[in-house]
Design a protein around this ligand. Structure first.
Ligand code: HAM
Length: 416
C-alpha cells in the first residue's frame, strides 16, 4: 500500500520527462505566436466556483469532484478544470481593466474522480487557453486554429476536428424542450443516466456513449432547427473562417460537451486511434460564465487539451524526441588528494552551468573510466598523482580517445 500511488495517478519518471517538456515547450511557443500569456491559478478553489461555473447538473460536479472540508470549515475542491479558475482570477485581479481582449494560457494538473483507464486518470494534466472580452467569431476560429495547428505541427495524423453550436440562452430553451419531448417518447429505452438527464440536461443525451447506437438517436431533433439568427450567423462565420484557413472540419450536431457553461461554438479534436478516449482537446465559447461568477457580462472562449492523451498519441506514432544526454565532463581521480582537486574542478564547472559529474564511491581508476564512457560524457577529466603535482588535468575526448594535458586553471574555460 505504502509503495502504491493512489488509483488514477501516475509518476512521471525521468525517462519520460523529455516527452512532457517537448509538449509543454511546443505549447508555450505557439501561445507566444498567438499572443497568449501564462497564468497560474491555485490547485484548489472554493467548491462553489465549480458548482456555479461548470454547472450542478454536470457529471463533473455531480460525480467527479475531489471535495473536502478544510480545517477552517470551508468546502474546498481540487480543480477539475481551469476555465472557471481563470475567469475567477480575471475578475479578482481586474484583468479586464484596460478594456482589451485578455488572452491567457495555462498548464497544470486537474483532478476528476472517474473510472481510470488508458487516457483517463484521476490526476491528469491539461494545457489550455482562454480569451476573454470579445464576441467576434474570429476569436473562436483563432482558438480552434491554435489547437489544431499545435496538434498538427507535432506530426499527428488521423486528427479530426469536430465543431457544433450549442445555441445561447435565447434559443437553447426551445431546443431543450424539443429534446425533452422527443426523448420522453423513448423513456423506457434510455439508459439510467439519460433518464435522469432528461429533465436536468437533455442535451447530454445526444452524446451518451451507452445510448449512442440506438435507432431513435438518429432521428433526434437537431439544434439547427432552433437556432436564433445571432447563433446561426455566428456559426456560419466560424465555418467560413475555418474554410478560409484551409482546415477540414466536420459539423457534428451531437457534440454538446460535458460542461454547462458553453454557448454557441463547441469543438473537439479527436485522434481516432485512441478509441474511447480519443478527444485530445475540447473547448468552446462561454459567453455567460463571467456573469455567472459575478462579473459584468463578458464573452469568453477557450479550449483545453489532455497532455497524457497527446503523449499516448505521440508515442503511437513514434514522435517523441529522445532525451539528449548532455553531460560535458566526467571527472576521474586517483587517491585522496586528487579527489580534492577533482571536487574543486567539479564545483567550478557546475558554477558555470556546465553539466559534470564524478564518482563518489571510491572506485578504481579503471572502473571510473568505464563509468565515464557509459555516462555519455564528452570528456573524461583525469587527475592522478602526476596531475596533482603539476597542477594539470588530462582531458580525454571520449569519442575520439584523443588526449591532452592542460593546466588546471584552463580546464573550465575549455568548456565555455
Ligand atoms: P474537457 O473536455 O473536460 O474540457 O477537457 C479537455 C481535455 O482534457 C479532454 O479533451 C481530454 O484530452 C483531457 N481530459 C479530460 N478529462 C481527463 C481525464 N480524466 N484524464 C485524462 N485526460 C482528461 C475542459 O476541461 C474545459 N475547461 C475546456 C475549455 C477551456 N473550454 C473552454 N475553455
Amino acid at each position: 500500500m505504502l509503495t502504491n500511488a493512489p488509483r488514477g495517478t501516475k509518476d512521471i519518471l525521468p525517462e519520460q520527462i523529455s516527452g512532457w517538456l517537448y509538449v509543454e515547450n511546443e505549447f508555450r511557443k505557439i501561445c507566444a505566436a498567438y499572443g497568449y500569456e501564462e497564468i497560474r491559478t491555485p490547485t484548489f478553489e472554493h467548491t462553489e466556483l465549480f458548482q456555479r461555473g461548470i454547472g450542478e447538473a454536470t457529471d463533473v460536479v455531480e460525480k467527479e469532484m475531489y471535495t473536502f472540508t478544510d480545517r477552517g470549515n470551508r468546502s474546498i475542491t481540487l480543480r477539475p478544470e481551469n476555465t472557471a479558475s481563470a475567469v475567477r482570477a480575471y475578475l479578482q485581479n481586474k484583468l479586464y481593466a484596460d478594456g482589451n481582449l485578455v488572452k491567457l494560457f495555462y498548464i497544470g494538473s486537474m483532478f476528476r474522480y472517474d473510472r481510470p483507464q488508458a487516457g483517463r486518470l484521476r490526476e491528469f494534466h491539461q494545457f489550455g487557453v482562454e480569451a476573454l472580452g470579445e464576441k467576434n467569431p474570429a476569436v473562436d476560429t483563432e482558438i480552434i486554429l491554435l489547437a489544431w495547428n499545435f496538434l498538427k505541427n507535432l506530426g499527428l495524423d488521423e486528427l479530426k476536428l469536430k465543431i457544433n453550436t450549442v445555441g445561447c440562452p435565447a434559443c437553447r430553451p426551445v431546443y431543450r424542450q424539443k429534446l425533452q419531448h422527443y426523448f420522453g417518447e423513448y423513456l423506457d429505452e434510455l439508459c439510467g443516466d439519460c433518464k435522469s438527464r432528461l429533465n436536468k440536461n437533455p442535451l447530454r443525451i445526444l452524446d451518451c456513449k451507452v445510448d449512442a447506437g440506438k435507432e431513435f438517436m438518429d432521428e433526434a431533433p437537431q439544434i439547427e432547427t432552433c437556432l436564433c439568427d445571432e447563433c446561426r450567423e455566428h456559426f456560419a462565420r466560424v465555418k467560413d473562417l475555418l474554410t478560409a484557413a484551409n482546415v477540414e472540419f466536420e459539423v457534428d450536431s451531437r457534440l454538446v460537451r460535458g460542461l454547462d457553461y458553453y454557448t454557441k461554438t463547441a469543438f473537439e479534436i479527436q485522434y481516432t486511434p485512441l478509441g474511447a478516449q480519443s478527444a485530445l482537446a475540447g473547448g468552446g465559447r462561454y459567453d455567460g460564465l463571467v456573469e455567472e461568477i459575478g462579473g459584468n457580462p463578458t464573452p469568453g472562449i477557450g479550449f483545453a487539451a489532455g497532455i497524457e492523451r497527446i503523449l499516448i498519441a505521440l508515442e503511437k506514432q513514434n514522435l517523441i524526441p529522445t532525451a539528449q544526454k548532455n553531460l560535458a565532463a566526467f571527472i576521474v581521480t586517483a587517491g585522496s588528494e586528487a579527489e580534492i582537486h577533482g571536487f574543486k574542478l567539479l564545483n567550478d564547472l557546475r558554477q558555470k552551468n556546465i553539466p559534470a559529474t564524478m564518482d563518489f564511491a571510491g572506485r578504481s581508476m579503471k572502473a571510473q573510466m568505464k563509468q565515464a564512457s557509459k555516462s555519455g560524457a564528452k570528456f573524461a577529466l583525469i587527475i592522478g598523482e602526476d596531475e596533482v603535482s603539476d597542477k594539470s588535468v588530462t582531458v580525454k575526448n571520449l569519442e575520439t580517445s584523443a588526449q591532452e594535458k592542460i593546466s588546471f586553471d584552463e580546464v573550465v574555460t575549455k568548456f565555455i
